[in-house]
Design a binder for this molecule. Structure first.
Ligand code: 9MR
Length: 466
């Protein structure tokens, strides 16, 4: 080995090598960029709250909220940490907002809506037309007067919250329990006949075309005479173009009324009519691993129905539940996480510290992964492509969330069926005929992003499969 190299020569050689390496790196990057093969994989880390884990699955996880408890710090901090949607438990009902004809009081409901907005949570509006919590003056009206009072109520309340509500329960609990499949007696039913439901939905669409319009009921969670009657109504509405976007399944369960074995199938048959489905008032009486298992089954059912857009539990803590003695919620009276919490979190794909779980009921075992590629670039826009690949078993459905950095906007998409959150920045892409993939097989969807000056790369969330 020659140890006599002059020192300058060694330095020059070193610099030359450095320059050559740098040029190679720049050249390679340019080639890669030009060829459009810079790819990113979805982040692998699991979310640690109910809301974030549900969001990673393209769904929301909400709670019913009472304005009167927002000032309690543990209540507010549990709500704010764990949930990404709220439903006012009583504050938007007719007796709360219009106890006197055409005189509206939105104080408590506004408190909940502004709290939710401040935290970026979705709001479900509950409820516009319901036989209960209805002020006495409504029942005393003649048919003609009742019709205009109903339409005025829907219009004024929806316009007050225009742009702030993800979905409204337009009509609540209009059907009888039992095998009759009949409509429940109420001032609306008795004076206006069956047509009042359709009229309420048409009025609602005209009042705020941006909110999803839902029909919401209980004891309709499995296939039975009552859910058959609701199903027939929704089918008829879709056939005749009556505006309806979603059906809410309250899902109040206990030992007399457990989670039905055909829960998922029932959600799916409604979804197949072309509406979203949502679990709107979930609570399950009980404790320990039995309660946890039932909760897990509900979450699994929603995750296995592509159009199940989210779940709401009917309260933050057992302390304030309408069925408090049945301890039906995920946090106990001291805000400790219950076994059911751990099961819900793990079923949603999250991980965190629960209080010892009842064990996850697991999903179907179906998994998928994503790869993101920028396939073309222009000065004002670029095309992105996400490839979805099935894991160790065949899948029949998938969903991928793509989050853009504002002010970027997607101008067009292809080979997928997109939906958007209210911010317009989070796109959930679902299959458009390309949902079934054999083990390890792939499909892709694409989109054009208008950069609006931002060069940011979109965040591709984890892939959900069933
Ligand atoms: O949880 C609500 C409770 O605080 C009220 O006293 C009750 C009055 O009707 O309503 C409860 O919420 C109901 C919801 O609005 C509709 N579905 C059934 C819910 C439980 O009763």
């Amino acid at each position: 080995m020659n140890t006599n190299f002059p020192r300058e020569y060694a330095t020059l050689r070193h610099r030359a090598l450095r320059r050559a390496r740098k040029a190679l790196v720049i050249g390679a990057t340019g080639i890669l960029a030009a060829a459009g093969v810079i790819s990113f994989s979805a982040p692998a880390s699991a979310a640690s709250t109910l809301g974030a884990s549900a969001a990673a699955k393209g769904r929301y996880f909400g709670s019913a909220v009472a304005a009167g408890h927002l000032g309690e710090s543990q209540y507010a901090s549990t709500l704010d940490t764990e949930f990404n949607a709220v439903t006012p438990e009583n504050e938007m009902k007719w007796d709360a907002v219009e106890s006197t004809r055409n005189s509206f009081n939105f104080g408590s409901a506004d408190q909940i809506v502004s709290h939710a907005q401040g935290k970026g949570m979705k709001v479900r509006g509950h409820t516009l037309v319901w036989y209960s919590q209805l002020p006495g003056w409504v029942g005393g009206l003649s048919a003609g007067d009742l019709r205009s009072a109903m339409n005025n109520h829907i219009t004024k309340v929806m316009q007050h919250y225009q742009g702030k509500i993800y979905a409204w329960d337009v009509v609540n609990e209009a059907f009888q329990d039992g095998s009759s499949g009949a409509r429940r007696s109420s001032p609306f039913q008795d004076k206006l006949g069956n047509g009042y439901i359709e009229e309420a939905f048409r009025t609602a669409r005209a009042a705020d075309s941006g909110a999803k319009l839902c029909y919401n009921d209980y004891n309709t969670d499995g296939v039975n005479a009552k859910s058959d009657a609701v199903y027939a109504m929704v089918k008829d509405f879709k056939a005749r173009g009556v505006p309806i976007d979603c059906v809410g399944f309250q899902s109040h369960f206990n030992s007399q009324s457990p989670v039905p074995s055909d829960y998922r199938a029932n959600l799916q048959r409604f979804a197949d009519l072309g509406v979203d489905v949502q679990i709107t008032e979930l609570d399950i009486e009980g404790s320990g691993s039995a309660q946890a298992t039932s909760y897990g089954n509900v979450v699994t059912a929603c995750l296995n129905v592509t159009r199940c857009t989210g779940m709401t539990v009917w309260g933050v803590t057992d302390k304030y539940s309408w069925r408090s003695s049945g301890t039906p919620l995920l946090f106990d009276s001291n805000y400790a996480k219950k076994p059911a919490y751990a099961t819900v979190l793990s079923t949603l794909g999250g991980s965190g510290s629960g209080s010892g779980g009842g064990g996850s009921t697991g999903g179907s075992g179906a998994t998928c992964t994503t790869t993101y590629t920028r396939t073309a670039s222009w000065s004002d826009r670029y095309n992105g492509q996400v490839t979805v690949t099935a894991g160790n078993s065949a899948i029949s459905d998938w969903a991928v969330q793509v989050t853009l950095a504002s002010p970027q906007k997607v101008s067009t998409t292809w080979s997928g069926s997109p939906s958007w959150d209210s911010s317009g920045n989070v796109m959930t892409m679902k299959p458009n005929g390309n949902g079934s993939l054999a083990t390890g097989a792939s499909t892709s969807f694409g989109f054009t992003v208008m950069t609006n000056g931002s060069p940011a790369v979109p965040t591709v969330g984890s892939c959900t499969a069933s």
